[in-house]
Design a protein around this ligand. Structure first.
Ligand SMILES: *Cc1c(COP(=O)(O)O)cnc(C)c1O
Length: 414
C-alpha cells in the first residue's frame, strides 16, 4: 500500500519538507509553515507569532479572516456556490454595479486571477483593434521590468525576459520600452499599435511609481493613434495606494483596467473593467471562464469593495502610509550602509538596499522574519512592505522596532 495513505489524508502530519517531496518546485517558500491568522497576526506550526506586513503579496488588504468577509462568505456558502455561465447570479450583478458606479467603467468581466484579467484585457484590445481598424493593428507596447502574470501571453507582454526563457515560441507583435521614458513611448506607439499596458506603480519590478507626465503622454498618444490604454492595477488597486484605484489620483483614465489580488482578500477573483463601446467587441462566446464571477468570489469582492471604498477608510490608508514613510526615512538615515531612499504610494512601499548591500534584500527579510516580522522583496534589491490596509499605529511601531533589530542583527553578523 502507498505509504502516503497510511494515515488519514486530511489530518496526517505535514512539514515544510513535504513541499520539496510533492510540489512542483516553482517556489522556494519560507522554512516556517503558517497555520492560522487573524488581522495582521499570524502563527506558524510551532506556535510562533508573526506580524504580517506582506498581506499575502498585497492581497489580504482587510487582514486575515476579516469578520465581515467571514460572515458574508459563510452565508453565501450555505446559499449557492456555483452556477456556471448559463446563469447569472445576484452577487455578481451587485459587484458589477458597485465597480462600475465607483470607477470610469460601464462594464465588468470577471475571472479568477490577475493574469487572467490581463489576458482578457489584451485579447479584448486586439479584438477591438482588428474589428475597428483591421488586422494590421495588433502590436502591444509594454514596459521593461513590468509584471502582468504567468500565462504565455502575459509573460510575453511582461518586461522580465527571465520569465519567458525556454517557453518559445512566444506570441508576436509585442515591444517593450523603458518605464517612464516619454520619448521612447512616443516613438513606439505607432499606427499599428492595438494597446499599451502599464502599471501605475510597478510592483514586482521594484515598487516604482509612474511619472504622471509619462501616463499623460501615453494617454495622449493612444488617443492620437487609436490604441487602447490598459492600466494593470492588479497590485495597485482596491485601496492600496489610498484611492480605490491608483488611476484616480494620476489624472489619467485608462480604457481598460484590470484588478485582482486585493479584490478578493484571498478568495481568488480577477476583474477587467472597461467602457460599453469597447466591451461590445467581446460578443457572446468570444471569451469566458468557468468560475468567473461565481457567487462565492463575487460575494467576498462585493464586501471588500464596500468596506474599503469609503472616504474614512481611504484617509486612514494615507495616514498609515505617512507614518511608515516617516519611519523608513529615519531608518534609512540611521543605517545608510543597508538602505537607500524609500519610495512607493499608500501602503505599497519599497525600500531599496544600499549599494554595499546589493542583491541582499532577501537576507534582510529573513532576519526580520526570525524576529517575527514578515516582509516582501521586489527583486533582489528592494524590500517591499504591503501590510493590510487596516494596520494600526501600534503595529506600525512594532514593525519599526523589529526592522531596526533586524538591521542590527545583519550588521552584527557582517
Ligand atoms: C500579481 C500581479 C499579476 C498577476 O496576478 P496573478 O493573480 O498572480 O495571476 C499581474 N499584474 C500585476 C501588476 C501583479 O502584481
Amino acid at each position: 500500500m502507498n505509504a502516503k495513505l497510511d494515515s488519514d489524508a486530511t489530518t496526517r502530519p505535514v512539514t515544510r519538507q513535504t513541499f520539496d517531496e510533492v510540489l512542483v518546485p516553482t517556489y522556494a517558500p519560507a522554512a516556517m509553515v503558517p497555520v492560522r491568522a487573524a488581522g495582521l497576526d499570524l502563527w506558524d506550526q510551532s506556535g510562533k507569532h508573526y506580524l504580517d506586513f506582506t498581506a499575502g503579496i498585497a492581497v489580504s488588504s482587510l487582514g486575515h479572516c476579516h469578520p465581515t468577509l467571514v460572515a458574508a462568505l459563510t452565508k453565501q456558502i450555505n446559499t449557492v456556490w456555483h452556477l456556471g455561465n448559463g446563469y447569472t447570479n445576484e452577487p455578481v450583478l451587485r459587484l458589477a454595479l458597485a465597480l462600475t458606479e465607483a470607477t470610469f467603467a460601464q462594464r465588468a468581466f470577471f475571472c479568477n486571477s490577475g493574469a487572467e484579467a490581463n489576458e482578457a484585457a489584451l485579447k479584448l484590445a486586439r479584438k477591438y483593434a482588428h474589428t475597428t481598424f483591421g488586422p494590421h493593428k495588433s502590436r502591444i507596447i509594454s514596459c521593461l521590468s513590468s509584471f502582468h502574470g504567468r500565462t504565455l501571453f502575459t509573460v510575453s507582454v511582461g518586461g522580465q525576459p527571465k520569465y519567458t526563457e525556454g517557453f518559445e515560441p512566444l506570441p508576436q507583435e509585442i515591444n517593450h520600452i523603458a518605464y517612464n521614458d516619454i520619448a521612447a513611448a512616443l516613438a513606439a506607439i505607432t499606427d499599428d499599435v492595438a494597446a499599451v499596458i502599464v502599471e501605475p506603480i510597478q510592483g514586482e519590478g521594484g515598487v516604482i511609481p509612474a511619472d504622471p507626465a509619462f501616463l499623460k503622454a501615453l494617454r495622449e498618444r493612444c488617443d492620437a493613434t487609436g490604441a487602447l490604454l490598459i492600466f494593470d492595477e492588479v497590485q495597485s488597486g482596491v485601496g492600496r495606494t489610498g484611492t480605490l484605484y491608483a488611476y484616480m489620483e494620476s489624472g489619467v483614465t485608462p480604457d481598460i483596467l484590470t484588478s485582482a489580488k486585493a479584490l478578493g482578500n484571498g478568495y481568488p477573483i480577477g476583474a477587467m473593467l472597461t467602457s460599453t463601446a469597447i466591451a461590445e467587441h467581446f460578443g457572446v462566446g468570444s471569451h469566458g471562464t468557468t468560475y468567473g464571477g461565481n457567487p462565492l468570489a463575487a460575494t467576498v469582492a462585493l464586501n471588500v469593495v464596500e468596506t474599503i471604498n469609503t472616504p474614512a477608510f481611504l484617509a486612514r490608508v494615507k495616514q498609515a502610509s505617512a507614518q511608515i514613510f516617516a519611519n523608513l526615512t529615519t531608518l534609512a538615515a540611521d543605517y545608510p550602509q543597508l538602505f537607500g531612499q524609500v519610495r512607493g504610494q499608500g501602503l505599497l512601499i519599497g525600500l531599496p538596499v544600499a549599494a554595499a548591500f546589493a542583491g541582499r534584500a532577501k537576507d534582510y527579510t529573513k532576519a526580520a522574519e526570525a524576529l517575527g516580522l514578515m516582509l516582501l522583496i521586489a527583486g533582489p534589491d528592494v524590500i517591499r512592505l504591503a501590510p493590510a490596509l487596516i494596520v494600526s499605529d501600534a503595529q506600525i511601531a512594532d514593525a519599526d522596532r523589529i526592522m531596526r533589530a533586524a538591521a542590527d542583527a545583519i550588521l552584527a553578523a557582517a
